[in-house]
Design a protein around this ligand. Structure first.
Ligand SMILES: C[S@@+](CC[C@H](N)C(=O)[O-])C[C@H]1O[C@@H](n2cnc3c(N)ncnc32)[C@H](O)[C@@H]1O
Length: 497
């Protein structure tokens, strides 16, 4: 089979398997495949860092369908690959992957890599896009187990806030032969966050960090991942004195936009690493990454002019015999949703699954037509003529009961709030629109048009968005926050991920 047809088969399989799973279940296990060109660049760089001619014993501890293995088969000279192994916890991907690679000499274990015992002979090349599972999705007992294992393997105990990917990296060291090269595609957050300190120390002290490449935030090449990514390559050997690592950023791995060598001593003393890059931190990243407004058009929700008149409950509509076709579901204010709700699920007809549903009158037909077609609605409108029709917003509309059209937004944000997490981002799976106590985010063509991307972004916004808004000076600590559409639009993506 040619390399192209082999990879085409793998990609078709990947697409088929992804489609059989919900985004939520893929999220739980961090199942986002590496795009093929990226897998190839990561592998090519890793091979270049291995002593030429050395036999390659390959390991991917989070195998998926094998994007790195496929790239390796293409990139490694014939005969150089002496063994290849992988782990995949989910049989949904692991079993078809085993079948796909049956004749390639791959030893793919279906199981949890973090529970496996290191095997001999150890790997000389580890390439991995570890599952991006945030710490709060790890069971507390599991977290302790991972912390203890990582500490045993490397002498470094990761913070309880570290995600699964960080534990993977530490654990993999026990699987690496002396001098082995490892390549890791990971979220770039560890460069700066406090809980990344353990990983940074590990990379500065325990292994020889060869290169660290940070992609620009919001880089569209990642398809379904909005989280800013970094790739790092290390050699399993303590860093020699005076060692310098190559820090690159932007562009691609082969043609980065910026590059700089950084002494390991500087890495040890720097409290955060973003400032170590040639662009002096996230300043340039911000510029190239753009802002939330590059991905979404942000608008305030519907200002009806009189909520009591224009927003009716399902029961009221029924009692008055009003035509449901002239109404659109609308979400209640944040309090009506209930504390902690961040997802609006829908029933089979797209109506929001809420204990009490509300509808917005959305009808632009002239009164004469309404009188003819929907007499009950006409009577209802007549009851609003004396008072409601003269209100400021209604007076400026034609007809006075017309509402600004706001299609259902896939993502929205509470517009005002107090305390430490003044804003809540909601994922809207229903066809409900929302009132003006929310900001509505409509994807622009591009990466944000992908529902999975929106879901990932929604997670990041709820995890770090508020802090980022505060950090970016868009809102201020303490008291009541009000967020304007342009302030939310100005949120730098680089600050958020
Ligand atoms: C980010 S994906 C990478 C898949 C593939 N290597 C690629 O780059 O396209 C991570 C994979 O790790 C798997 N995984 C998650 N937790 C795991 C664990 N504890 N042990 C082994 N595999 C795991 C997921 O099911 C998923 O297929």
């Amino acid at each position: 089979m040619t390399a192209d047809s082999r990879e085409a088969r793998r990609l078709a399989l990947q697409a088929e398997l992804d489609a059989q799973k919900t985004a939520a279940s893929r999220n739980r296990l961090g199942q986002f495949a590496t795009p093929p060109f990226l897998a190839r660049e990561v592998v090519r760089e890793a091979l270049a860092l291995l002593p030429a001619g050395d036999a390659v014993r390959f390991l991917d501890p989070a195998f998926g369908t094998g994007s790195f293995f496929s790239a390796l088969l293409d990139e490694a000279p014939a005969g150089r690959l002496s063994r290849s192994a992988g782990f995949e916890i989910d049989g949904h991907y692991g079993e078809p992957a085993r079948e796909l690679w049956r004749e390639s000499g791959l030893d793919l274990s279906l199981g949890d890599f973090t529970r496996a015992e290191p095997r001999e002979p150890k790997a000389t090349l580890i390439v991995c896009n570890p599952p991006y599972v945030r710490h709060h999705h790890l069971e507390p007992a599991d977290k302790l187990r991972l912390q203890a294992l990582g500490e045993r393997a490397t002498g470094i105990r990761l913070s309880g806030l570290a995600g699964l990917y960080a534990h993977f990296m530490l654990l993999a060291q026990s699987w690496a032969a002396e001098g082995a090269v490892a390549a890791w595609l990971v979220p770039a957050e560890f460069l700066d966050v406090n809980y990344g300190a353990g990983l940074r120390r590990y990379l500065a002290e325990k292994v020889t960090l060869l290169r660290l490449h940070r992609f620009d935030a919001g880089d569209v090449q990642f398809g379904d991942a909005l989280v800013t990514s970094a790739v790092l390559w290390w050699r399993h050997r303590p860093p020699p004195p005076g060692h310098e690592a190559l820090f690159t950023s932007g562009g691609s791995i082969a043609t980065p936009r910026r590059s700089e060598t950084v002494g390991v001593e500087r890495l040890r003393s720097a409290s955060k690493w973003a400032g170590v890059f040639a662009d002096g931190g996230d300043g340039d990243g911000e510029e190239t990454a753009g802002t939330l407004g590059d991905l979404f058009t942000i608008r305030r929700g519907v200002a009806t002019g009189d909520n009591r008149f224009f927003i009716l409950s399902e029961a009221e509509i029924e009692t008055r015999g009003l035509p449901l076709e002239c109404f659109q579901p609308i979400l209640p204010g944040p309090r009506g949703l209930g504390a902690g709700v961040t997802v609006i699920e829908a029933d089979s007809e797209g109506r929001p699954r809420l204990a009490k549903r509300h509808y917005l009158l959305e009808c632009r037909l002239p009164e004469s037509e309404i009188a003819e077609k929907h007499p009950a609605l006409w009577r209802y409108l007549q009851s609003g003529v004396p008072e409601v029709s003269g209100r400021y917003l209604c007076r400026h509309r034609t007809p006075w009961y017309a509402q600004d059209h706001r299609p259902p937004p896939p993502l929205l944000c509470t517009y005002m709030g107090r305390g430490e997490t003044p804003f809540r981002f909601l994922l809207n799976r229903s066809r409900a629109t929302a009132p003006n106590v929310y900001l509505l985010l409509y994807p622009k063509p591009g990466p944000a048009a992908d529902p999975e991307m929106i879901e990932r972004l929604w997670r990041s916004l709820n995890d770090t968005g508020t802090a980022a808004l505060i950090a970016a000076g868009r809102v201020y600590g303490g008291g009541l926050h009000k967020l304007e559409p342009r302030e939310l639009a100005g949120l730098p993506l680089a600050k958020m991920f």
